[in-house]
Write a protein that binds this ligand. Structure first.
Ligand code: NDP
Length: 327
């Protein structure tokens, strides 16, 4: 028997509780993993509270990411004892996820942990940190370099935002962190931000073109904040858009694109192809000061997940939240 968080719908209401399961209850897959850590992402908040249509059929185990060791494998690429990490692929949505002591998944969805990265480190990074790395890679592919000018990170005290600030700071960029929690300014400066901009200022309605401020932008918020970020981006700048924490809408004009050559690059982490995943995990190992993750990370148990799921949706969770799954 092993412990799992089960999300179910009872009389139209979503309920999340800890249950003991047997291995035979797990879905089909080539690799059985002993999960040591999962993590709490915004999407998990939606899944566990039922506030967003994330889980496709009930009952289900949530958890869009996990790290652990292979227990059994029918995939020749994986052997028992091997440390692995998984993010995305609909795990924790269409397939049972990481908030349990065991998970059975497709070998294609796994990434071997980079040498020197612990399972705990991997989940301190998690989907959010992996997505932040993909955003940084998108800026680099758009030609943004540390000497191109200041870069902006929106939703900076959240999971994606915190890791993006830490990565860009370590890479030598001059980072401005846009946040609704200006009381977190010291925290954001300790991560690598040199300037703080308030969310109110960033969400004020913008003209089609504003003063050019940013060589690059990592946007986790969408809506009016993304519209302003586009209007404030330098000639030839790149905006990497990965989130909708503020809004899924985007009301903008073509002006930044046709007059300033601005590139708006979407970033998806869920079905990101395997070679790019491996590259992003290697880059995280190389470019993220793993010791800094301690400052960004808090650790909770499976039992605490429902409470923290509600908190992440209220924008009250700072940085990354690790879920310790093993006993
Ligand atoms: P978090 O909740 O940890 O962070 C989101 C941050 O956005 C908050 O901390 C807050 O930062 C800011 N924020 C929250 N509400 C609002 C609001 N109403 N208006 C403006 N800003 C707001 O979430 P994650 O970091 O895990 O995810 C961030 C976003 O990225 C989410 O929308 C998520 O769905 C998306 N995402 C997308 C992925 C992809 O593959 N494309 C993968 C992972 C995440 P502050 O207090 O500093 O302002």
């Amino acid at each position: 028997m092993f412990k799992a968080l089960i999300v179910d719908q009872v009389d139209g209401a979503t309920k999340a509780e800890i249950q003991q399961l047997e291995e035979t209850q797990l879905p089909e897959g080539d690799v059985l993993v002993a999960v040591s850590y999962s993590s709490l992402n915004y999407k998990d908040g939606l899944a566990v509270t039922g506030k967003g249509p994330i889980i496709s059929s009930f009952p289900a185990i949530p958890g869009i990411d996990f790290a652990g060791k292979v227990l059994e494998s029918n995939d020749p690429r994986y052997a028992p004892g091997q440390p692995v990490v998984l993010t995305g692929w609909g795990v924790g949505e269409r397939h049972w996820g990481g908030m349990a002591q065991k998970a059975r998944v497709k070998g294609d969805w796994l990434v071997p942990l980079p040498e020197g990265m612990s399972e705990r480190d991997a989940m301190a990074i998690g989907t959010a940190g992996f997505t932040a790395m993909l955003c940084v890679m998108a800026l680099e592919e758009g030609g943004v370099r540390p000497d191109s000018g200041p870069v902006l990170v929106t939703g900076a005290s959240g999971g994606v935002g915190s890791v993006a600030v830490a990565l860009l700071g370590k890479l030598g960029y001059q980072v401005t962190a846009a946040t609704g929690r200006t009381e977190e300014s010291d925290y954001l400066r300790s991560l690598g931000a040199s300037e703080i901009r308030s969310r109110d200022e960033m969400s004020a309605k913008s003209r089609p073109l504003e003063k050019q401020r940013w060589a690059g932008v990592v946007d986790t918020v969408g809506g009016a904040v993304l519209a302003r970020a586009l209007a404030e981006t330098h000639y030839n700048g790149t905006v990497a858009a990965c989130g909708l924490a503020g809004s899924h809408e985007l009301n903008t004009t073509v002006m930044p694109f046709i007059l300033r050559n601005v590139r708006l690059q979407g970033v998806d982490s869920v079905v990101c192809p395997a070679p790019r995943r491996a590259q992003a995990w290697q880059r995280l190992q190389q470019d993220l000061e793993l010791s800094r993750l301690g400052e960004v990370t808090q650790e909770i148990t499976l039992e605490q997940v429902p409470d923290y799921a509600a908190r992440i949706l209220r924008g009250e969770v700072r940085g990354r939240t690790l879920i310790r799954v093993e006993d």
